[in-house]
Design a protein around this ligand. Structure first.
Ligand code: BYC
Length: 310
């Protein structure tokens, strides 16, 4: 047996035995590359994900709402930083990762290319988008790569607070005036299908799933997690007295799950190709923030150099 094959077999045996892989351990090059791809996309999603909500900070309807929204957005910046740190342990620099994002080469979650049009969108993002993110991320706490798994534990705790604050925003609106109830239903209608797409393509069209599951980077398939999400939300929406925009949504006694209608994969692929409602605007905003922040980075570096000289 060649040395490479022996190393790969030992690596897989460690994964099968549920041992965590740490940065200095031997790992197949494809395992490293897959992790860099997924963790960096995840980090970029957290950072770009701040933008639709940032849009509402100055228009939050009360001081209490503003404080909670600000805290949530700051948490997301923190999640981005933990995740960039986890990616750096795989031998790539943060600047390289930023450059790929700013050049439009790196992906981030499709969901953040949709606009946040009303205050109810802050509720729908918290409840549906963070809800989908948690469903995916709880599984990632058991990812085979140690630094990613550990980052996810803290992130999940914060995300579950985010989901509750989103649900509470919608709960208040759902018990309000007719205009507030309409706003609530409209936000749910617009965010439902994009949130379903967050789990990625159907298993049969997911090129990375099989290998990522063998390596225990992913613990459950895209469709399994999406089904769990539907089952959770279909129950929670009853408390809001609202509806999901899916005429095919129906409890299936035999399967023990909710059935749901077809997802518009053409829309999903179109957003991934850069043609969603806000792709261009999101990237331009990030690039501008990076350029405008150059003086802060330079000042921090000069300060750090001065301190090391003292
Ligand atoms: N959007 O073979 P597949 C948050 C890509 S943010 C865009 O299934 P994989 C929050 C996929 O990358 C949390 N692209 O891939 C923040 C691949 O393309 P490449 C976001 C998508 O990696 C602020 C191709 O399609 N969560 O919580 O095995 C406010 C084929 O897919 C998407 C994460 O990032 C998509 N939705 O599985 C509020 C979780 N779906 O790379 C909330 C971490 C698929 O070959 N990521 N693609 O060019 C993952 O768990 C996995 O990467 C995915 C996809 C399940 C998303």
């Amino acid at each position: 047996m060649s040395k490479q094959l022996a190393l790969e077999e030992r690596f897989q045996a460690r994964i099968d035995a549920e041992q965590k892989i740490e940065p200095k351990d031997w790992m197949p090059e494809d395992y490293r590359r897959t992790l860099i791809r997924q963790i960096s996309q995840h980090a970029h999603s957290e950072v770009i994900g701040m933008l639709p909500e940032g849009n509402w900070i100055t228009r939050a309807p009360s001081l209490r709402r503003k404080v909670a929204l600000l805290a949530k957005i700051q948490d997301e910046a923190g999640h981005g930083l933990y995740l960039y740190s986890a990616a750096e342990t795989l031998g790539i620099s943060r600047v390289e990762l930023y450059n790929e994002l700013h050049a439009g080469k790196a992906k981030y979650s499709s969901i953040f290319n949709y606009p946040s049009l009303t205050w109810a969108d802050m509720g729908a993002i918290g409840w549906l988008v963070d809800g989908a993110a948690i469903m995916n991320q709880v599984a990632l706490c058991k990812c085979s790569y140690g630094p990613y798994a550990r980052a996810m534990v803290r992130i999940c705790k914060e995300e579950s607070f985010h989901q509750r604050q989103g649900f509470e925003i919608l709960l208040v609106l759902s018990q309000g005036t007719e205009a507030q109830r309409d706003m609530c239903q409209d936000a749910i209608n617009r965010w439902w299908w994009p949130s379903m797409m967050m789990f990625g393509p159907n298993d049969s069209d997911s090129p990375h799933s099989a290998q990522s599951m063998k390596w225990k980077i992913k613990r459950y398939s895209n469709d399994t997690l999406r089904q769990r999400y539907v089952d959770m939300i279909a129950e929670q929406i009853k408390i809001l007295n609202m509806t999901l925009p899916d005429p095919d949504l129906k409890w299936n006694e035999a399967r023990g799950h909710y059935d749901f209608g077809p997802i518009d994969w053409e829309e999903f692929n179109n957003v991934l190709r850069g043609n969603g409602p806000c792709n261009r605007e999101r990237l331009e905003t990030r690039v501008k923030a990076w350029e405008n922040g150059a003086w802060v980075r330079e000042a921090a570096m000069a300060f750090a150099e001065k301190r090391t000289r003292i």
